[in-house]
Design a protein around this ligand. Structure first.
Ligand SMILES: Nc1ncnc2c1ncn2[C@@H]1O[C@H](COP(=O)(O)OP(=O)(O)O)[C@@H](O)[C@H]1O
Ligand SMILES: O=c1ccn([C@@H]2O[C@H](COP(=O)(O)O)[C@@H](O)[C@H]2O)c(=O)[nH]1
Length: 207
């Protein structure tokens, strides 16, 4: 697909990346414009060969936890006008699901995820780099609620994982990656002005 634009939306876990992205996508689709979204989470490595005990030891907040090779290949294929088999990931079992979902190319693709801007191999693919800058204590409060409700987690496992990997990896990888961003967004997924700025950019590309 000639001139495909790829927009990366990154930030800490619980910063509001998904809400921001889903709000943007819904408003663009409402206008009848065509756009795709890929979540970096779907590219967590397949761990079906590991026991549940071993899967619980994985550091999910390290760039190596993601199969970025596959994400790069998929973004390149979409840019070339080819469809991809989008992986599906289960947070409860910490591994890929057997089924994939076909995704067809579009002129604008949004990718969202924690390590997108912390991974030098991905940066050249992005036309716009956005960082959702939310204080870590707010991220944690949101993550607790979400992980209890949606990701089958206990409060104890959330707090242990936060101390052992989420917080240290945030400081090591995610926070410094904000300096690679073109746009820094405060107020999480509800920053109306930032949504409007990106929306008008996307409208210009698509119209
Ligand atoms: N500005 C905001 N105000 C209040 N709640 C928000 C805001 N941004 C996001 N949330 C909520 O916080 C939770 C985590 O946001 P989410 O977008 O899933 O984060 P991420 O994708 O960065 O992990 C969700 O329940 C979402 O609705
Ligand atoms: O199997 C898994 C995979 C990931 N996580 C945690 O998820 C977040 C990233 O997802 P967001 O949607 O950005 O919150 C990451 O911080 C991992 O710790 C997991 O717990 N288990």
């Amino acid at each position: 697909m000639p001139n495909t634009r790829i927009i990366a939306i990154s930030g800490g876990s619980g910063s509001g990346k998904s809400l921001f992205t889903q709000t943007l996508i819904a408003e663009i689709l409402d206008e009848g414009l065509d756009i795709r979204v890929l979540c970096e989470d779907h590219y967590y490595r397949d761990q079906t060969h590991l026991s549940m005990e071993d899967r619980l030891q994985t550091n999910y907040d390290h760039p190596k936890a993601f199969e970025h090779e596959l994400l790069i290949r998929h973004l390149e294929e979409l840019k070339q006008g080819q469809s991809i088999d989008y992986p599906q990931y289960c947070f409860k079992t910490h591994t890929r699901l057997p089924d994939t979902q076909p995704i067809t190319p579009a002129s604008v693709i949004i990718v969202e995820g924690i390590m997108l801007l912390a991974s030098p191999e991905l940066l050249p693919l992005f036309d716009i780099k956005v960082f959702i800058d939310t204080p870590l204590d707010i991220c944690l409060l949101r993550r607790i609620t979400r992980d209890l409700q949606e990701r089958g987690r206990s409060l104890q496992s959330i707090t242990e994982q936060y101390e052992s990997t989420v917080k240290p990896m945030y400081h090591k990888f995610v926070a410094p990656s904000r300096f690679t961003a073109d746009v820094i967004v405060t107020q999480g997924g509800k920053n109306r002005i930032a949504l409007d700025v990106l929306k008008s950019h996307i409208q210009q590309v698509l119209k």
